[in-house]
Design a protein around this ligand. Structure first.
Ligand SMILES: *Cc1c(COP(=O)(O)O)cnc(C)c1O
Length: 357
């Protein structure tokens, strides 16, 4: 039996998108591929509100997150860490042999513009990484306010992971001055995993051109040279790019404003449901994610038991990530989810635990 996914990635993929992946294969050096690539890329530029470069990498998000470090970190990197994925990005930075510091916030807290300003004012850094939406804790950091601070530090490259937020709310890459915006497609984009998308500003490409040890697979300059022909350095996941192209059409036919409003309504619905039942939200309300809700297990319910029974009933449920597993649970409301999908989950939860009614 298929378990309907309410976990924060991968998420449910619509049947017509899965069907797009069954499009007959083409060669990636054929003109048919360049047409597909160019078409999807132009739609992405509209969605991301960027006139800069947009590239496709066949990998999970962490492939490009590592690539960005290898291509863009020269002197020293400030890794802002407020959860498991941002902690791991710091670890990746060190594993790439780079000089870096982790600037840590307690789990459940956002990255703050004040701390970004204080850190970068030391003059020690030429690059920074942050995660817009920390999927491990359900925290969305205030990207526009941080972007304002970043304008004071034009020599520091602004590298942002939007894996679990891109397309769920407005993230205008150029206006925010993001030098490299990175996301995988299995979360907010509701595609099967295996494709990562990233942008590079002029400044980012300039930096990359001065860097040694970029490697090959994630060399931004290789991506850039191939981009001119609407192509990729090595064979891409063509089936997924068909799915991406179809999914972008769906997003534009839904309407971006409508999509953002739907995500706000989903977030409000889940927050309302859990708080009405005596659970507390894990982050403070202004920093609660719009794409997943991380909730404290304030009532001390048997989350592992609930997860197991929900699984038997056909629902994949998440009982917390890393060090807050068991103390929190996360309900994803990203991608193409609707209020009625959530109500189906809530009904199943109540059927298993009548005290949640
Ligand atoms: C899931 C996730 C990642 C890791 O993505 P992979 O595709 O598994 O490499 C990175 N950052 C965030 C915010 C995530 O949610």
């Amino acid at each position: 039996m298929h378990k309907k996914l309410f976990i924060p990635g991968p998420v449910e993929v619509r049947p017509e998108i899965l069907a797009a992946m069954a499009t007959p294969m083409i060669g990636h050096r054929m003109k048919e591929y360049a047409e597909l690539h160019g078409r999807a890329k132009n739609k992405l530029k509209a969605l991301l509100e960027t006139k800069g470069k947009v590239y496709f990498a066949t990998s999970s998000a962490f492939g490009v997150m590592e690539g960005a470090i290898r291509n863009l970190v020269g002197k020293r990197c400030a890794n802002f860490c407020n959860g498991a994925f941002s902690d791991k990005w710091h670890d990746v930075t060190l594993r790439c042999g780079k000089q870096a510091d982790a600037i840590r916030f307690d789990w459940g807290q956002p990255v703050t513009p004040e701390q970004v300003e204080k850190t970068l004012s030391t003059g020690k850094y030429d690059s920074m990484t942050m995660i817009h939406n920390e999927t491990s804790t359900g925290v969305m950091s205030p990207l526009p306010e941080i972007a304002e601070v970043m304008k004071k530090f034009p020599d520091v490259l602004f590298i942002v992971d939007t894996v679990s937020s891109m397309s769920a709310l407005k993230i205008p890459v150029d206006e925010l001055g993001i030098d490299s915006c990175i996301f995988g497609v299995q979360k907010a984009f509701a595609l099967p995993p295996g494709l990562a998308i990233f942008t590079a500003s002029e400044k980012a490409l300039q930096r990359a051109s001065t860097m040694e040890g970029r490697g090959y697979y994630f060399d931004f300059l290789e991506f850039d040279a191939n981009d001119a022909k609407d192509n990729t350095p090595s064979t891409p996941c063509i089936s997924l790019i068909y799915a991406l192209d179809s999914q972008l059409d769906r997003m534009f036919s839904e309407g971006l404003e409508q999509r953002w409003q739907r995500h706000q309504a989903l977030a409000d619905h889940v927050r309302g449901w859990v708080t009405a039942r005596g659970f507390e939200l894990y982050p403070e309300l202004p920093f609660c994610s719009k794409t997943l809700t991380c909730t404290r297990n304030s009532r001390g319910i048997d989350l592992a038991g609930l997860k197991k029974k929900l699984g038997d009933a056909g629902f994949a449920f998440d009982d917390g990530y890393g060090k807050i597993k068991g103390q929190t649970f996360r309900i994803a409301h990203m991608g193409d989810m609707t209020i009625s999908d959530l109500d189906e989950l809530f009904a199943a939860m109540i059927a298993i635990m009548p005290e949640l009614a």
